[in-house]
Design a protein around this ligand. Structure first.
Ligand SMILES: [Ca+2]
Ligand SMILES: [Ca+2]
Length: 270
């Protein structure tokens, strides 16, 4: 009978999760795929974007000849369309590697260019101190017609953490910001979709060890801490993990079922 050390199972759970995703990968990987290696793709379609401010008019052209459609600002003034990024689109902790805006820019008028941003807003967990940032990722230029502009925002998507490093956690919201300039003659600049590329991440090692037998110097420290913090294991006793103890098939079932949140249609009533 083969047995694995409990520490190795930390990596096994992650590898199994990755294998699960690979086994499903005949089609493009879904956003719900597991593992840290797969590059996950999410398309945020035009109809998820809403105007920033009630005074902004917009129009849409939907779904003709298999195209996804497009949305733009109407009227003489510019404005902003916003779409939120939530955990249903990008899982907590994911490294967002690229944000690409699919845009039509059919005007070369001076200043008549599209701007795409990735914005965050945050409030303290007790509801105070609203703040945020909104860096510019990309703009169009001149009259490129159908084009794709974007960049790497260099952030991990994290929905609750100490974003401003003041020692207290904030609840963080993320938004895609599509800016249409005043100079855009109505309809000449249109947003079609935004593509997000990300990879899941194992949380970095915490500053202190939860288990006395898996100290910070242990090669599996980060992964054992991630298992415990995710609720997959509480160790094998008071403040110990038993990293070199064999894992039974029963324990393996607990690890995998909890790690993957396994369920099936029509589960028994609680
Ligand atoms: Ca332009
Ligand atoms: Ca803070």
């Amino acid at each position: 009978m083969h047995s694995f050390s409990r520490a190795a199972v930390g990596a096994l759970v992650l590898a199994s999760a990755a294998g699960f995703a690979l086994a499903q990968s005949a089609a493009p990987a879904p956003a719900s795929g597991y593992g840290t290696q797969d590059l996950q793709v999410v398309n945020v379609t035009f109809d998820r974007f809403e105007p920033l401010g009630s005074a902004i008019g917009y129009a849409s052209n939907c779904c003709q000849q298999g195209l996804a459609g497009e949305r733009w600002i109407t009227g003489a003034s510019g404005g902003v369309l916003l779409a939120s990024i939530d955990a249903g689109l990008v899982p907590n902790g994911a490294d967002l590697e690229e944000v690409s805006f699919y845009v039509l820019d059919d005007t070369a008028a001076v200043g008549a260019d599209f701007g795409g941003r990735l914005c965050r807003s945050w409030v303290d967990v007790d509801g105070g101190n609203l703040d945020g940032d909104c860096p510019l990722l990309a703009t169009t230029s001149g009259s490129p017609g159908q084009t794709v502009v974007g960049g790497d925002p260099n952030i991990q998507i994290r929905y609750q953490f100490d974003v401003d490093e003041d020692g207290e956690e904030e609840v963080v919201s993320h938004f895609l910001w599509a800016a249409f300039p005043d100079e855009a003659i109505a309809g000449q600049i249109r947003l079609r979709s935004v593509r997000l590329l990300f990879r899941r991440q194992v949380s970095p090692a915490p500053p202190s060890a939860l288990f006395s037998d898996v100290p910070q110097s242990h090669p599996f420290f980060q992964f054992v801490e991630a298992l415990a913090a995710s609720g997959i294991t509480a160790g094998c006793g008071t403040n110990i993990y038993c990293p070199d103890a064999p894992l039974t098939r029963g324990q393996m079932a607990v690890f995998l079922a909890k790690a993957l949140g396994l369920h099936w249609p029509g589960p028994p009533s609680p």
